[in-house]
Design a protein around this ligand. Structure first.
Ligand code: IPM
Ligand code: MG
Length: 360
């Protein structure tokens, strides 16, 4: 009997549901081709539901999602909801409650995709960022003193635990070993200023590397210099490991050099036994394009390929989806920008799904 995987589908806000549907289309094509079944269940969590009911997320949400093999997310962010409410109340809450402590963000320039970097091509831009996803400035630790007065003080504290470093570093070292490329793991930080948090990261990094990963070369970049090298010499990178806040920032830069938000995919992983992971295009909900069939679904489709590989163990199907993505970017799409693709949202999905079915 064919194996069945259960996936929770969270379309979310704006163009989220549209791109998620194209991802679903491609994953269904991959399932048909590679002999497994996908069972999807829809959840309407997002801005519209919040505006209608006043509830951001039911308290049972994390428990409900734990019953699934994976979560596939469109996008969170609604123009009529104050920034922070949905992001914290849905996206960050799920990342934390489901202990998705890795945010995995491949930065790969596909053939035919335009990069703003002059003289750089797919052979230069192909690395992976492992962003710590549960700690740092994102814990929400802090507060106000004398709120709203002229003497007001705001404090926001970065909290980083050794255990949090270690589990993230272990994933990054393993990934570097399995990728089997330059076998180089670069810690990105700010040891010259964040002399507590990054002292901890650095000690944990070298201790683990020395004791357990002697085959992996350890490198270090300050985060500001790293931004410079992303633009000047992206080919220097193999795998990067970085804290939550810096990881947020450098992966937007990474998304741009790989062709933009239309193509950048990510996974919020809980790699532990029984952990449930959540995959998403990293670009946001782009509400002004909602319902126009112009948004690029390729990032969602790429997130789907990551889901197949990391949560379902369907590596062959994942590789097939990636090949189909590359054939589509190389041969069919004019651009990765919304409205300029030379095809509509649903046509991009159809095209990738067809290439998967054809076994390209
Ligand atoms: C991301 C986003 C989120 C983050 C926001 C929406 C909370 O920018 O996934 O990179 O900061 O992590
Ligand atoms: Mg971000």
């Amino acid at each position: 009997m064919a194996k069945t995987h259960r996936i929770a589908l969270l379309g979310g806000d704006g163009t989220g549901p549209e791109v998620a549907l194209e991802g679903k289309k491609v994953l269904d094509a991959a399932a048909a081709k590679y002999g497994f079944k996908l069972e999807w269940e829809d959840f309407d969590w997002g801005g519209d539901r919040y505006l209608a009911t006043g509830e951001v997320l039911p308290d049972s949400a994390a428990d409900t999602l734990r019953q699934f093999d994976a979560i596939f997310l469109g996008a969170i962010g609604h123009p009529n909801v104050k920034p922070g409410i949905l992001e914290k109340g849905i996206l960050l809450r799920l990342r934390f409650e489901l202990q998705q402590y890795i945010n995995l963000r491949p930065v790969k320039l596909y053939p035919g995709v335009w990069t703003p970097l002059k003289d750089k091509g797919p052979e230069h831009i192909d690395f992976v960022v492992v962003r710590e996803n549960n700690e740092g400035l994102y814990t929400g630790s802090g507060g106000f003193l004398k709120y709203g007065t002229p003497e007001e003080v705001a404090v926001q504290t970065s909290i980083q635990s050794r255990a949090g470093c270690d589990r993230c570093l272990r994933f990054a070292f393993e990934l570097t070993r399995n990728r089997n490329r330059a076998k180089t793991l670069t810690l990105v930080g700010k040891t010259n200023v964040l002399t507590y948090e990054y002292d901890l990261w650095e000690r944990a990094f070298h201790a683990m590397g020395e004791a357990e990963y002697p085959d992996i070369k350890r490198d270090y970049n300050h985060v500001d210099a790293c931004c410079m090298w992303f633009v000047k010499n992206p080919e220097w990178y193999d795998v990067i490991v970085v804290n939550n806040m810096f990881g947020d920032i450098i992966t937007d830069l990474g998304a741009m050099i790989q062709g933009g938000m239309g193509i950048a995919a990510g996974g919020n992983l809980n790699p532990d036994e029984g952990g449930v992971s959540m995959y998403e295009p990293i670009g946001g909900s782009a509400p002004k394009y909602t319902g126009k069939n112009v948004i690029n679904p390729m990032a969602a489709i790429g997130a789907g390929a990551m889901l197949l590989e990391h949560s379902l163990g369907e590596k062959k199907a994942a590789d097939a989806v990636e090949r189909a993505i590359m054939k589509t970017t190389a041969e069919k799409m004019k651009s990765q920008s919304a409205g300029q693709m030379g095809m509509g949202t649903t046509e991009v999905g159809d095209c990738v799904a067809q290439f998967v079915a054809d076994g390209v």
